[in-house]
Design a protein around this ligand. Structure first.
Ligand SMILES: [Zn+2]
Ligand SMILES: [Zn+2]
Length: 228
């Protein structure tokens, strides 16, 4: 699979000042992956073998159905369903003991998720390197608007351990501040929104300010996805 699909100029993403930079990277990788699967990858038997085996999660199936590329999707689906039928026949899709014990037997296999996760690990390594070595990057990092909760956790898990010990404390503090400041401000907006339902605040001239979509933005912060 073409490597370049999964290469993102990390520096440039951090030059922007709105939203969560990690969400932006994830969105770029996701967009390119879906484009590729329903386009050029149709001609690559290796990729088809993999998508037949792994399939896709609900989110990525839905994103593909929204793209109106019905024929490529039908072709991918047809051979994936063949594979599923074969696996059921050979008892390969029965939950194993470990899954049953954990209480979670949902099938998590997704070609797109796997590719994104793989590329994100490389992005986290790059972020750690840039933060450890470049003052400009540290300033760009600090100037971000927000780190959403999911990516706050991922930064601590996959990036912080790779930051040089000289800068790790600062990195962790910056990540925490960016996430905490946002959660406080969105909490205030949700509060403002709920206060607008008071009798005293109702009426034609009720000024909701920017709070009308505060619930959606809070969901985005908590899940890294805006409800659609
Ligand atoms: Zn995010
Ligand atoms: Zn997925």
């Amino acid at each position: 699979m073409a490597e370049r699909i999964y290469t993102i100029p990390v520096n440039e993403v951090f030059k922007e000042r709105d939203g969560c930079p990690i969400c932006k990277m994830r969105d770029i990788l996701e967009e390119r992956s879906l484009e590729y699967i329903l386009g050029a990858a149709m001609m690559e038997p290796d990729v088809r073998i993999e998508t037949n085996k792994k399939g896709f999660c609900k989110d990525h199936f839905f994103m593909m159905t929204n793209r109106r590329k019905r024929l490529p999707l039908a072709l991918i689906m047809e051979t994936h369903l063949d594979e599923i039928a074969k696996d059921i026949k050979h008892k390969k899709l029965r939950p194993d003991k470990k899954e049953i014990k954990s209480g979670d037997v949902s099938r998590k296999s997704c070609f797109v998720c796997e590719r994104i996760d793989w590329a994100m690990q490389r992005m986290y390594a790059t972020i750690a390197k840039l933060y450890s070595e470049e003052m400009d990057f540290r300033e760009d990092f600090r100037a971000q608007q927000c780190i959403c909760l999911e990516h706050y956790r991922e930064l601590f898990a996959f990036c912080a351990p790779k930051v040089s010990s000289r800068w790790r404390g600062d990195f962790e503090k910056d990540t925490e501040t960016l996430s905490l400041n946002f959660v406080k401000s969105i909490r205030e907006e949700v509060h403002y929104f709920s206060r607008m339902f008071d009798y005293n605040n109702s009426g034609e001239n009720a000024d909701f300010k920017n709070s009308k979509d505060s619930i959606e933005r809070a969901i985005w912060y908590l899940t890294s996805r805006l409800p659609k």
